[in-house]
Design a protein around this ligand. Structure first.
Ligand code: BEZ
Ligand code: FE
Length: 291
């Protein structure tokens, strides 16, 4: 490329950045300037053709058309590009031994049922019973009583309750830690499932040879006064999808041992599961202080 051409391209970028000079909100000015510089750098680096520009507009238009109150294709796009996870990473900087955060995903629902400690969140969702227990502490190990914990997960068929299109509420709930900061509940063993892939994001994954599958996981949202709210999941050690999670949500520290118990093994709370297999996992949660 001639230096004259490079100069023309750079001049245009500079003019667009300067067009935001009068922005009253300094943060908006910073964001728009950086967006312009990076977007122009991308167009110039790949030498974007006009046909590709048209294709990009068509892709974003389709992403908008499939989006409604139940389906958020733009968030899915952000997820598969790693932009959601990068935002989580930027905003939840490592703090001492605090538990790491990961993406919230689209299936958290306000107003989940209150479950007594030791209760069952499955609500009839198919899956192998899984006993989950742990504590919530601060970074110095002091227990945090009365922390609110929300949990949600897909069933054995890889679907969240809200994906069935009826009014069922299953495999989700909330509860509070006891005076020792401890919690315990019955869930189901998480299994792998695909993110919704019947839209433009699914077509993008197919065109790039990527899988829509998420590594098996159980979601947690933990809130306590004076602590940084934690949105995270735990993953299953040994799951072959751990290193190719479609939304890049896996962190090593969140991979836990889900220990399968032979049929007939007594359960921690005396629940009678007959001859069924069950599994147990421990997840001790450490909350960073609120900033
Ligand atoms: C989820 O974990 O529920 C999820 C996260 C990102 C995209 C789709 C689903
Ligand atoms: Fe999920």
């Amino acid at each position: 490329m001639s230096s004259e051409q490079a100069g023309r391209e750079q001049q245009l970028t500079d003019r667009v950045v300067a067009s935001f000079d009068a922005t009253a909100d300094p943060r908006l000015k910073e964001v728009m300037g950086a967006l312009t510089r990076h977007l122009h750098a991308f167009v110039r680096e790949v030498r974007l053709t006009e046909a590709e520009w048209q294709q990009a507009i068509a892709f974003l238009t389709a992403t908008g058309h499939i989006t409604d109150e139940r389906r958020q294709e733009f968030i899915l796009l952000s997820d598969v590009l790693g932009a959601s996870m990068q935002t989580v990473t930027v905003n939840n900087q490592a703090y001492e031994n605090a538990t790491e955060a990961t993406v919230v995903g689209p299936f958290f629902v306000e107003g989940s049922p209150l479950i007594p400690l030791g209760g069952d969140i499955s609500g009839g969702a198919p899956g192998e019973p899984c006993w989950v227990e742990g504590t919530v502490t601060d970074t110095r190990g002091a227990p945090i009583p009365n922390a609110r914990i929300e949990v949600w997960e897909a069933d054995d068929d890889g679907l969240y309750d809200v994906q069935y299109g009826d009014d069922r509420v299953a495999a989700r709930g909330h509860f509070f830690t006891d005076a020792e900061g401890a919690y315990r509940f019955w869930a189901i063993v998480p299994t792998p499932y695909p993110i919704p892939h019947d839209g433009p994001v699914g077509r993008l994954l197919a065109a790039t040879g990527r899988s829509p599958m998420r590594a098996s996981h159980l979601h947690f949202l933990v809130e306590a006064a004076g602590s940084r709210t934690l949105v995270t999941h735990i993953f299953v050690r040994g799951d072959e999808l751990l290193d190719r999670d479609s939304v890049f949500g896996v962190r090593d520290s969140l991979v836990k041992d889900f220990e399968a118990q032979p049929p007939g093994t007594p359960t921690p709370d005396g629940r009678d599961l007959g001859d069924h297999r069950w599994t147990r996992v421990r997840f001790d949660i450490v909350l960073a202080p609120e900033v």
